[in-house]
Design a binder for this molecule. Sequence first.
Ligand code: ATP
Ligand code: MG
Length: 564
Amino acid sequence: MRLSRFHLATVKEVPADAEIASHRLMLRAGMLRKLGAGLYSWTPLGLRVLRKVENAVREEMDAAGAIEMLMPSIQPRELWEETGRWEKFGGQLLKLVDRKGAEYCYGPTHEEVVTDFARNELRSYKQLPLNVYQIQTKFRDEIRPRFGIMRAREFLMKDAYSFHVDAADLDREYGNMYRAYERIFTRLGLRFRAVSADSGAIGGSKSHEFHVLADSGEDTIAFSNASDYAANVELAEAVALDAPSTLPGTESELVDTPTQKTIVQVADFLGVEPSQCVKTLVVKSGAGHLFALCVRGDHEVNVVKAAKILGFAGDMVFASDDEIRAEGSEPGFVGPFHLENSMPIKVDRSASKLQRFVCGGNMPGKHWSGATWEGVPHEVVDLRSVVEGDASPDGRGTLEIARGIEVGHVFQLGDKYAEAMGATVLDEQGKARAMQMGCYGIGVSRIVAAAIEQNHDESGIRWPEGMAPWQVAVCLINPKNDAEVAAAATALYEELLGRGIDACLDDRGLRAGQMFADIELIGIPHRVVVSERGLGTGTFEYKSRAGGEAEALDREALLVRLTA
Ligand code: ATP
Ligand code: MG
């Protein structure tokens, strides 16, 4: 591509309403233009990158044995009524009416359409397994579209659906897709983790999310530094930590803590570590039952785990001061002793390992020091949120915590859709059976933003090789309009193309500084300058976007560098 003929439209100003780096840089590089809330045009430059991602996804899906097809974006209401999702899907579903009054939605996903396709096409187990996919525009009326195409309303998704005669074969294909996803994200040069989205149900996980690690991510994930263990921080299992007692004295005694209520205040006042203290929270179920939850002073109660343990359906609420007093305790001084008559006591694994500890005295101005669990009926449970440095629950390495951007999701649907829509095949015994289904999504357009989050600096984007709009920019610096210099640049550019290198020729006639700023902003991995000075010495100036100084290379050395 000759950039003089292309539409490159970079902007200097930092867009005011763009909150994260990828959104700012996509606007500054001129990859995106906003049309409305959550609606973006991909400029020619943006589209080049999007297509690279799309093609990588397509090639790996094909290589994994999935077959590409294309389904309509507009889907009839009747199909969605069959699965009950016309109502259940909620506000994200954009509903449309045609001139005859027939109702439709703009597809946010395609389980209904593909299951309808399957029930019409597939008759016998002999036609299975089948894995079909498409790369297509979806619409979801997101409550809060933001961060540009990271969370848009209209976006590009790769969605695949597989059909199987039994659960074992679904499981096999799930593994196949899982590995294909690993290849896709590796090939695109992303740092990512597959996170179990299932809370550890026995018999293996039925769902995994693939997260690109980046500070701007909306999810928080915990992962081992030595194994592939990774889980959403809400679900990550917290192991029991040992904490030998460092408390003074050997007896348990009631001590005065006149105004000290929080763990930090109490620990400071008594000169002990928060990890030697037990924090007790009193929570109330919807039915009005109270429970005491105990964690170590340096740990936090995980509300998702707590709600699951206590069997709470809705949000957990804390007991009021009056409710705490009614049970013979005192807000700010709650502790486990003598509470067992009023409410069940749940103790986190690590708190239960404390041999002696500080805890509330259940009366104003008093805490126990040197207390032990002896004589306190309680149940030991996994109640706290993991923290960085915890041992990984799989016994390998320690946990790190990072933010993640969900770029892919693999899911075993079982026979849910096939049952609802009567998608059956005849099995080997000639009996009709609902097919087992898997679904596998990738946010193709979101990957572009996620990649920028991981790869940028103050000058702009630094594309991983597989995603750059061009691999090489040949920059023609030719203020005197010398025909020889122009010819040399064109010759090099054409030679690169001939060798299958995706190159562009920057023949826009800009000053060097301006041109280099653009090329860096849009993130081209390799820059080659052709100028009168270089021609004089028979060299080209080469510079890598990854860093390092500019070097003068002769033609041979340059070609070796660019084809390495
Ligand atoms: P999220 O939790 O981010 O809303 P989701 O779980 O609803 O996503 P899926 O239904 O699993 O999304 O869709 C498959 C993939 O499509 C996601 O992994 C994500 O990468 C992408 N995706 C979903 N919603 C959007 C969106 N609003 N904009 C861009 N990409 C999206
Ligand atoms: Mg998802």
